[in-house]
Write a protein that binds this ligand. Structure first.
Ligand code: SF4
Length: 249
């Protein structure tokens, strides 16, 4: 590991430590089974989690969070049960595509998750309706695979911290975390959950609550947003060196 990579890891671990101290363990993902995690990850696209909870309860009541039953269910059977998640017809189609992919290629969720991450992730990314955030959530939280989940909160927080550009792509941002952190499932699990808490409660899009933020001493916002992209540009390493020193104190 090179000097800048070490600084980057130290910085990310310091951010994590501060977030964990502030928010406490978040016990993600809130679900009873891996299948429930997968269904929740698909249903939560563009809707608040409380809406997903209502849909999950409906599906449970009808016995559709049991693999054999879900695999046999028609889209029209699922649709009325997931109305609370909005776009319910599209989401029923996405669920059906996911279930069909598993049935045709693996036969069960357990067999699918026995596949290598490097093989399974690209295959899942080709399933209709599954974007990278959904796929990585399924792989990390249901399959316990070491893949870092990033989202809009991650992009906002870490661009404000000055370590990535605000328009960084999903794959580049994921690679940034995975390049700096060890492939540690519990760490990836909790780190994403912590970023979610920060983005939801403090690092708001408009008027972030910096005064209450545990990252305040590490964060140069708002000046960073006006600066050129940090990753791979002169000054990026320097920024992390400074942050790493702060973290070591
Ligand atoms: S200090 Fe403000 S801008 Fe920086 S991470 Fe915290 S809430 Fe976001």
């Amino acid at each position: 590991m090179t000097g800048p990579e070490k600084n980057c890891r130290a910085f990310l671990l310091e951010v994590y430590r501060r977030l964990l101290d502030h928010f406490g363990l978040r016990h993600w993902w809130p679900a009873d089974t891996p299948l429930e995690v997968c269904v929740g990850a698909i249903l939560t696209q563009n809707v608040a989690w409380r809406n997903v909870e209502r849909a999950i309860a409906n599906l449970k009541e009808q016995g559709l969070l049991v693999w054999d039953n879900l695999a046999r269910a028609a889209e029209t059977e699922i649709e009325p049960l997931i109305v609370p998640t909005r776009f319910y017809k599209t989401k029923a189609r996405k669920l059906a595509a996911f279930v069909r992919f598993i049935a045709e290629n693996y036969g069960s969720l357990e067999t699918m998750f026995a596949d290598d991450l490097a093989v399974l992730r690209p295959r899942l990314l080709k399933v209709w309706g599954l974007g990278p955030e959904t796929v990585d959530s399924i792989l990390l939280y249901a399959g316990e695979k070491p893949t870092f989940v990033v989202d809009a909160y991650t992009r906002r927080v870490f661009s404000r911290l000055g370590v990535v550009p605000p328009d960084i792509s999903y794959e580049d941002l994921r690679a940034f975390f995975q390049g700096a952190l060890p492939p540690d499932v519990p760490l990836y699990n909790e780190y994403h959950a912590q970023i979610d808490a920060l983005g939801h409660h403090l690092c708001l899009n408009q008027q972030p609550r910096c005064g209450a933020c545990p990252l305040g001493q590490l964060c140069p916002f708002p000046g960073t947003l006006k600066a050129p992209s940090a990753v791979g540009k002169p000054g990026h390493g320097h920024r992390l060196e400074e942050a790493g020193r702060t973290g070591a104190n």
